[in-house]
Design a protein around this ligand. Structure first.
Ligand code: HEC
Ligand code: HEC
Ligand code: HEC
Ligand code: HEC
Length: 158
């Protein structure tokens, strides 16, 4: 018996580890985990209960038909209103305007898509900001530089 002591010790350790594992699994794994796959099923139900924030294409048209029609005829027809402004839910609730919609007049908005970058696809209209604005390289770009020439009408229907 004396010589098998270490076997008993290691067996006891293994049993304790196994029990710890089973208990830990029981308490740590969320209730609905694995119900339909390797994820927490209730997460889907929680996400589905959230109010959508984006309205997506056409959601501005009911109240801004002029802008929607103008944009559809311009080269920005493929750019959703919410990309340049903000999500519908920041502005409208139950078909009523609740807050002002954000208007980003910064040149950065346009630069996000039009600044010349080697990584952009060739088909994308790209400009060198400094050259296009005819600035000296040391000059800072004025914040609302683009809107001085590309006014609201042109931004929505370039
Ligand atoms: C490419 C970016 C861009 C897109 C896309 C865009 N907007 Fe704008 N929008 C602007 C900018 C920039 C201004 C500010 C213009 C200014 O002050 O001269 C503005 C201004 C406005 C204004 C204020 C009135 C005005 O004419 O200045 C409204 C209303 C508006 N946008 C609605 C919309 C709606 C509706 C859509 C989608 C149909 C849309 N916009 C899509 C960039 C955009
Ligand atoms: C339920 C109607 C409704 C919807 C839908 C709606 N708007 Fe408006 N919006 C208004 C009203 C009302 C005004 C204030 C009067 C105006 O400028 O026509 C306004 C004004 C604006 C303005 C000027 C700033 C301000 O808040 O006064 C912008 C920009 C604008 N909307 C963008 C959008 C965009 C982008 C969408 C879609 C994502 C949208 N709106 C959807 C009703 C609406
Ligand atoms: C989300 C990306 C995006 C943003 C932001 C954006 N644009 Fe554009 N713009 C485009 C796309 C896409 C086209 C169409 C390119 C094409 O014709 O293939 C375009 C086309 C244009 C054109 C017409 C180019 C031509 O072919 O003659 C002008 C001018 C223009 N944008 C100016 C602006 C200005 C000014 C702003 C900022 C107020 C702006 N854009 C913001 C994506 C964007
Ligand atoms: C001093 C006036 C002026 C300012 C400021 C200006 N633009 Fe332009 N932009 C023009 C003119 C003029 C054209 C040529 C229009 C045409 O040929 O249809 C043009 C054309 C463009 C084009 C199309 C280029 C092409 O190759 O077809 C884009 C994109 C553009 N501008 C974006 C911008 C952006 C972004 C800003 C702000 C950083 C800006 N512009 C500021 C006057 C200006």
């Amino acid at each position: 018996m004396e010589h098998t002591k270490h076997i008993w010790r290691i067996s006891l350790l293994l049993v304790l580890l196994l029990a710890g594992g089973v208990l830990g699994r029981h308490f740590l794994i969320p209730e609905s985990f694995g119900k339909a796959g390797f994820y927490r099923y209730n997460a889907l139900i929680e996400l589905m209960a959230k109010e959508p924030r984006h309205g997506a294409a056409g959601s501005c048209a009911d109240c801004h038909d002029d802008k929607t029609a103008a944009k559809a005829e311009g080269k920005h027809s493929g750019v959703q209103c919410e990309v340049c402004h903000d999500v519908l839910s920041s502005h409208v609730l139950d078909d009523e305007k609740i807050n002002d919609m954000a208007i980003n007049r910064s040149y950065q908005l346009c630069a996000n898509c039009h600044q010349e970058l080697v990584a952009r696809p060739d088909g994308m209209v790209q400009i060198n900001l400094i050259e296009h604005l005819e600035l000296e390289p040391s000059q800072a770009i004025p914040k609302e530089a683009c809107l001085e020439c590309h006014d609201s009408d042109e931004v929505h229907r370039p």
